[in-house]
Design a protein around this ligand. Structure first.
Ligand code: SAM
Ligand code: 2KA
Ligand code: SF4
Ligand code: MG
Length: 237
C-alpha cells in the first residue's frame, strides 16, 4: 500500500534559483515537516507545525497529476524540496514522473538517507554551517551520499553568512572532494512579511566572492539565490 506525501505547496513552473541547476525551468514540490530548525530558515511555513493546518496529505499519483497540470503535460524538471523531503515517501512519485519523461532533483540537508535517493537525477545536499545553530552529523551525511550512489548527480551547497561558515565549507570540501561545491550567499530573514534585504544579500555575495577569489579556491562556485534577487522573499516563486 502506498503512503500519502505530506505537502506544503506545489508551484511553478519557475526557475531553479539555486545551485547546480540555477536558471533551469522547474516545477517545485515542497513537502511539509523538517527534522532541523535552522535559525535563518527561509521556509518556516514548511517546517513549523504552527502551519500544519495549511499542509495536506496527497497520494503520489495525485501529486503527479498536479505537476502535469502545472507543466501542461510537457515533461520537464521537477524539484523536490521542503522542509526535509527525505522525511516523505517520494520513491513512487519519482518513478511515476520518470516514466512520463520528467526528471527529478531534490534539496535536502543530508540528515536522513533513503534508498530512493538513487532514483533521483540530481541531489543537492546542503549541510548546515555554524550560523544555522545546527551541528552536522557527517556520518549520516555520508550515508546520504552513499544512498544516492553513482548514477545520481550529487552536489554540495553551503549557505554562508560569516567567516565560521566559510571555514565549515572548507572542511566539507575536504571531506567530500568528489562533489561539486556551491557557496550560497545567506539571506538574513528580516521577518516573514517584509521584502528581502537585497542590499544585505549583495554585500554578503561580494564579500564571499572576494574571499574565494583571494584564496584562489578554484573549486568553489559562488552564487546568490536568483529567485530572491528577482522576487524577494515572495512565497512560491
Ligand atoms: C529551505 S531548504 C529545504 C531543503 C532542505 N531542508 C535543506 O535545507 O537543504 C532549501 C535550500 O534553501 C537554503 N536556505 C534556507 N534558508 C536560507 C537563507 N536564509 N539564505 C540562504 N539560503 C537558505 C537551504 O540551505 C537549502 O539549501
Ligand atoms: N525559484 C526557487 N528556487 C529554489 N531553489 C531552492 C528552493 C527551495 O526553497 O528549496 C527554491 C525556491 O523556493 N524557489
Ligand atoms: S533544514 Fe532546510 S527546511 Fe529545515 S529548517 Fe533548515 S533550511 Fe529550513
Ligand atoms: Mg527557498
Amino acid at each position: 500500500m502506498s503512503k500519502p506525501i505530506n505537502i506544503c505547496e506545489i508551484f511553478g513552473p519557475t526557475i531553479q534559483g539555486e545551485g547546480a541547476q540555477i536558471g533551469r525551468p522547474t516545477v517545485f514540490v515542497r513537502t511539509a515537516g523538517c527534522d532541523y530548525r535552522c535559525s535563518w530558515c527561509d521556509t518556516l511555513y514548511a517546517v513549523d507545525t504552527a502551519h500544519a493546518n495549511d499542509w495536506r496529505k496527497v497520494m503520489a499519483a495525485d501529486v503527479m497529476a498536479e505537476i502535469e497540470q502545472l507543466s501542461q503535460n510537457t515533461p520537464m524538471s521537477v524539484t523536490l524540496s521542503g522542509g526535509n523531503p527525505a522525511m516523505q515517501p517520494l520513491g513512487e512519485l519519482i518513478e511515476l514522473g520518470q516514466e512520463k519523461g520528467y526528471d527529478f532533483s531534490m534539496e535536502t540537508q543530508g540528515s536522513l538517507a533513503r534508498d530512493w535517493f538513487s532514483k533521483l537525477d540530481n541531489l543537492t545536499l546542503s549541510p548546515k554551517p555554524p550560523s544555522s545553530g545546527i551541528e552536522t552529523d557527517w556520518s549520516l551525511f555520508k550515508d546520504c551520499v552513499e544512498a544516492a550512489g553513482s548514477k545520481t548527480n550529487i552536489s554540495l551547497k553551503i549557505v554562508i553568512f560569516d567567516e565560521a561558515d566559510y571555514k565549515y565549507a572548507q572542511l566539507a570540501a575536504k571531506l567530500f572532494p568528489q562533489l561539486p561545491l556551491y557557496l550560497q550567499a545567506g539571506n538574513h530573514m528580516v521577518d516573514d512579511q517584509s521584502d528581502a534585504d537585497i542590499d544585505g544579500v549583495l554585500e554578503r555575495l561580494r564579500w564571499l566572492a572576494e574571499k574565494v577569489a583571494q584564496d584562489r579556491w578554484q573549486k568553489a562556485c559562488v552564487l546568490p539565490q536568483l529567485h530572491v534577487l528577482a522576487w524577494g522573499n515572495k512565497r512560491a516563486a
